[in-house]
Design a protein around this ligand. Sequence first.
Ligand SMILES: Cc1cc2nc3c(=O)[nH]c(=O)nc-3n(C[C@H](O)[C@H](O)[C@H](O)COP(=O)(O)O)c2cc1C
Length: 191
Amino acid sequence: MDLSWNDRRTRQFLTNVGLITSDGPNGPNVMAAEWTHHISYSPSLIAINIRGRDTTAENIIDSKEFGANLAAEDQNILCSLAGRYSGKHLDKIAFFKEIGVVFYKANKIKALLIRGAAMNAECKLIRQEEIGDHIMFVGEIIEITADENIKPLVYHNGKYWKLGDNLPSPRQEILDGINQFANKYQKSSVK
Ligand SMILES: Cc1cc2nc3c(=O)[nH]c(=O)nc-3n(C[C@H](O)[C@H](O)[C@H](O)COP(=O)(O)O)c2cc1C
C-alpha cells in the first residue's frame, strides 16, 4: 500500500533528526533527515534514507561520503531550516553561519561537521540502494565524537520533542523470578 508522509498511523514512529552534511557537485550542504539510523556495530554503519532528487543525494553519490550530525535538543530550528530549503537554490551553509551555526572541518571527509550536535560521525559510503521512493545510503563510520551532556532531539508526529523521564529497567531479583517462569516455556530443542 501507499501511505502519505503525513499519514497519522506512521506518525506513531519515534525518530531522531540527522543533520546530514555533504560536499560534492552542488557545493557544501546540509539537510535534515529523520531517517538516520545506526544499523551495525562491527563494522559500525549508519543508514540514511534520502530522496534521489535532493541536493544531498547528488553530493553523496558523487563524493561517496557524508557527515551524520545528530541534532541536539536546541537545534530544532536548524532542523526545520535545513529541511525547508534545497541546497540547489540556497547556500544553506553560508546562511546558517550568518545566523550563528558553527561548522568545523572534519578529520577524514570533505563535508563540514556541526558544532553542538549530540553526535558527529564521518561516514564513507559503502552501499546505496533505491528502496521505495528514497535512496538508502549506508556509510561506514570512520570517525565519531559525541557529548553525553548534549541530549539528542526527538522527532515524533511531525514535531520536535525533548527526551522525557527515564523509566527504570526491572531489578535483578525481578528478572531472576521472571527467568524461572520463562524456563517453563523453553522450546525442547534448547532445553
Ligand atoms: C525534521 C525533518 C526531517 C526530514 N527527514 C527527511 C528524511 O529522512 N529523508 C528525506 O529525504 N527528507 C527529509 N526531510 C526533508 C529534507 O530535509 C528536505 O527535502 C531538504 O530540503 C533537502 O535538502 P537538500 O535538497 O539541500 O539536500 C526532512 C525534513 C525535516 C524538517
